[in-house]
Design a protein around this ligand. Structure first.
Ligand code: SF4
Length: 95
């Protein structure tokens, strides 16, 4: 699966969705230094307007994917599609 560039724009409260922590976080200095600086997904700070994160996304999204609503982005990331081949494999394991 190809990595997708996620451009997480900070909302009016300075919050973004963080994939690493799987939560909405304040994009403050603590987040930047404690998490983003050592994160393998880090791809920049979007011109100080947010954070750019590169990761493989199972959702059907554009590349780059621009997330302007961090809570909507969080919610969307809790719904994981199940691949059809997994379903057929699971069915074969049923007694
Ligand atoms: S770079 Fe990593 S730690 Fe920082 S917001 Fe993105 S996923 Fe979270």
């Amino acid at each position: 699966m190809k990595p997708v560039l996620h451009i997480n724009m900070a909302d009016e409260g300075g919050k973004v969705y963080c994939c690493l922590r799987n939560r909405v976080v304040n994009l403050n200095e603590a987040q930047k230094t404690k998490y983003c600086s050592g994160c393998g997904m880090f791809a920049g700070f979007a011109g100080d307007l947010g954070v750019e994160c590169l990761w493989e996304d199972v959702r059907l999204v554009n590349d780059p994917h621009i997330a302007a609503d961090p809570m909507a982005e969080f919610t969307s990331n809790q719904i994981k599609p199940v691949p059809a081949d997994y379903l057929s494999t699971y069915g074969a394991l049923e007694p």
